[in-house]
Design a protein around this ligand. Structure first.
Ligand code: LRH
Length: 490
């Protein structure tokens, strides 16, 4: 008898999806059931102390899309045994007596920047790294909570749930905190492996954090009313996966060997290596690297580099202009094809720069950065896209080598997974500039990681999925890029 299928809910910053995954002849098959848009929305429940640029997620809309997707999934496969949820990191819902308080704020909300000095007056940046091992990013949950203290609802809340934990709670009524995503909050102490009580106290969340669980643990049974709504059986379980999307993606990345780096490329490019222990050295901190916790006790030593956000934001800016002028929509694929025929640009942007964190007017900001760096502002959209791709590739190549250096090895190859792995120019230029081969794929790596952890936790699953990466290698076609191209502008 074959294994049961499972349902994966994968929430990304620009889109979410519900997928069905199952094992067929030792290979994992994914079926996309429902895909829906996601993105920042203005904060409507206005806290008088929040800025007019405050950003949130439309979490109620996401929940309604998830329900629709699950209904479609159970219609297709009534034998689905479990559901797993992953999403972007760091963001959270606050609850009081089982009711959500206000919106879920977006990590690109400008309030975080303002809160940095307040927290760092109590805990220096070096001390924070010493405790939580995280790269400084103003959107880490600790800075968001520091900002939250200046607003109203934190004191009233009795529970904080990270986004996938919140969805798990809606599905089951059980409040848990999944470990991989917990490691992105900055509240987890890398040395003790538990909550850092001093930070928890400072940030006003003592007693509000749910018990920690690990990937593979059961969150609980699907609530009976939801089982009825979806046409599912009452035995369907919600299983904790590596609920930080990057953790799921890296768990499924078919790394060639011990000297490989990965780039999980979606909105962000997460460039790093997988190690058994965190790297908590001054060198790692100075290089801006983070230690995030992964599946089965692994550690991701990586750096956040802005990824396809630069492209999606540029296209949406041009499309707003096109709509106003009643012109046809801009297609990214066309611009990428044109960009591939353009020469290597002379002046690049630094995609790690915080100036590219906020949404809005992206082409204008990129042109300004180029002019500031002494270049001539791009004359066409394709030229601007060419600059973005080259800048991403240069940053990816440099950071992959840096990650390998921190890992104590010479880089042999780079795996690019996620949506960005479909970008031929990006993959080729990353290979060229890093002077090592790039292995591209799978595209739906996060969903694969989500599905495989669930399949592994089904009865008999552990025998069939003892090595997630081996299953992925058997299941997908990867593309290889050899370094051949020019290293420098002509
Ligand atoms: C990627 C990601 C990344 C985090 C960011 C908030 O989706 O989870 O790993 O740093 O979103």
């Amino acid at each position: 008898q074959g294994q049961h299928p499972v349902a994966a809910i994968d929430l990304g910053a620009t889109s979410g999806r519900v997928m069905i995954g199952e094992l067929v002849d030792g290979k994992v098959e994914l079926t996309l059931v429902h895909r829906f848009a996601n993105g920042p929305v203005p904060l409507v429940e206005f806290d008088s102390r929040a800025s007019a640029q405050a950003l949130a997620w439309d979490i109620d809309e996401l929940w309604s899309q998830i329900r629709q997707g699950l209904q479609m999934a159970f219609e297709l496969r009534p034998d689905i045994a479990s559901i797993g949820v992953d999403s972007w990191a760091v963001d959270y819902a606050l609850l009081k007596e089982g009711q959500r308080l206000g919106q879920v704020r977006h990590y690109r909300d400008p309030r975080n920047e303002l809160a940095v000095p307040d927290l760092e007056a109590k805990f220096s940046r070096a001390e924070l790294f010493e405790r939580n091992g995280l790269q400084f990013l103003a959107f880490n949950t600790i800075y968001q909570l520091q900002a939250e203290k200046q607003e109203q609802r934190l004191g009233e809340a009795d529970q904080l749930l990270l986004v996938p934990d919140y969805i798990n709670w809606l599905l089951t009524g059980q409040a848990r905190c999944e470990w991989t995503n917990a490691s992105t909050t900055g509240l987890l102490n890398q040395r003790s492996g538990t909550w850092d009580e001093e930070l928890v106290g400072q940030l006003g969340v003592a007693g509000k954090l749910a018990p920690i669980i690990h990937p593979g643990d059961s969150v609980g049974s699907l609530l009976p009313e939801l089982a009825r709504e979806f046409g599912a059986s009452n035995s369907v379980q919600v299983v904790a996966v590596a609920s930080h999307d990057t953790a799921s993606a890296v768990a499924a990345t078919p790394l060639a060997g011990k000297n490989s780096a990965y780039i999980s490329c979606g909105t962000w490019g997460l460039v790093g290596v997988e190690l058994a222990e965190p790297v908590l050295t001054e060198q790692a901190q100075a290089a801006g690297f983070t230690n995030e916790l992964g599946l089965d006790g692994s550690v991701r030593v990586l750096k956040n580099v802005t990824g396809t956000f630069l492209l999606s934001e540029s296209v949406s800016y041009w499309n707003q202009q096109a709509a106003q002028a009643s012109e046809p929509e801009v297609q990214l694929a066309d611009l990428l094809a044109q960009a591939a025929r353009l020469p290597v640009p002379l002046v690049l942007i630094d995609p790690q720069d915080e100036e590219f964190l906020a949404p809005g007017r992206m082409p204008v900001r990129i042109s300004e950065a180029i002019s500031k760096a002494g270049g001539t502002a791009p004359e066409s959209r394709a030229e601007l896209i060419r600059i973005v791709i080259e800048s991403l590739a240069a940053s990816f190549a440099a950071q992959a080598h840096e990650a390998a250096r921190l890992g104590g090895f010479d880089l042999e190859d780079i795996h690019i997974v996620g949506g960005g792995s479909q970008g031929e120019l990006l993959c080729q230029r990353t290979a060229d500039l890093a002077r090592v081969p790039v292995v591209a794929g799978p595209v739906e790596c996060t969903a694969l990681g989500n599905v495989l952890v669930q399949l592994r936790s089904l009865p008999q699953g552990a025998d069939q999925v003892d090595d997630l990466r081996a299953v992925v290698r058997r299941s997908v076609v990867l593309r290889n890029y050899q370094p051949v191209g020019v290293l420098k502008p002509a």
